[in-house]
Design a protein around this ligand. Sequence first.
Ligand code: FES
Length: 385
Amino acid sequence: MSPTTPSTSGSPRPTAAPPRPTAAPPDLYGRDRGDRMMRALTVLGRLHTEAVARRGRRRARSAGPPTPTNGRPGPLELVVREKVVEAEDVLSLRLTAPAGGRLPGWQPGAHLLLELPSGRRRHYSLCGDPQDRYTYRIAIRRLAAGGGGSVELHDAVPVGATLRTAGPRNAFPFAAEPAVLFLAGGIGITPILPMVRQAARAGSDWRLIHLGRTRASLPFTAELAELAAQEDRFEVRVDDEQGPPDCAELLGRAPLGAAVYCCGPAPMTAGVRAAIDASPAGGLHFERFAPPPVVDGRPFELRLRRSGIDLPVPADRTALDMLREARPDTAYSCRQGFCGVCRVRVSAGAVEHRDLRLTDHERAAGAMLVCVSRAAAGERLVLDL
Ligand code: FES
């Protein structure tokens, strides 16, 4: 996934549900489930997921810059060791430490922030094996009409290049519930693939449906087929053979009470969210490529202190949108408030923080993530730009 951004643009990384993409998913409270065991497993799975998400958020907030040796996310130079064509317009990159040393550990759902030679910063889901402590793998779909990050990685970053990176961080934790339905749209398979691997290792009752336009556009199908010990665990569903997918029908394949992990384009995640309550599934976790729409936004204003420019921010646009119109080189990546790339310093005005990243201390010091955070109606925020 990341594209929307580029997260998995490569996917520009998919993101989670608004307003807190990494929060544990909502459950289907109040539904009559009939099966006591599955009901208990569902509750346990949800509690586990919430604990994992809380732990991840605490770590993300409290960890200082990590180093390659302490296992926490932090600045890290990695060398591109291999580029592999995985599907039409999809490349995978294998990255290692320059001297081939051990890399910080990660869990399924984690992503890596890459700083490209152009200065663009993009995050990509790790799609290799978390048990391989010496290699990271990411996959990128080439988006000719995207923000340029995926094209740069495809065309201008050769094997042997060194990239500055940060991470891994996890905004889409996997709780390895006993029964799981995975739904992946196109390059959205990247965060899902390590989850599938973990589910297979854990002996979970899992199913995966990988959706796309054509079979040729879907990466990692051979690898996934190998992971599927039983034939009915993995299904490829492509528009040019079966037509557009029906989300209710897809969710109907979920074992009773199963957790659903979904990563794909916005229409797909929206369809799954709309159909989840009527399905046999017990809970939904998702990431999407595009940023969430602005919810409860009110118009406010930005003043760029150094350049003296005033920018109105309409109720349905983000501060990042307006900054990018005025300054196209404004840095961003996830557009969902968790990567920190769009951070600016506010020297005056009260920020309405909506991110998942900044600590109270950072907020008090004037930091703001302009992709999601806003201000009250009529407020003026003065940015050190
Ligand atoms: S772009 Fe990632 S936090 Fe704003």
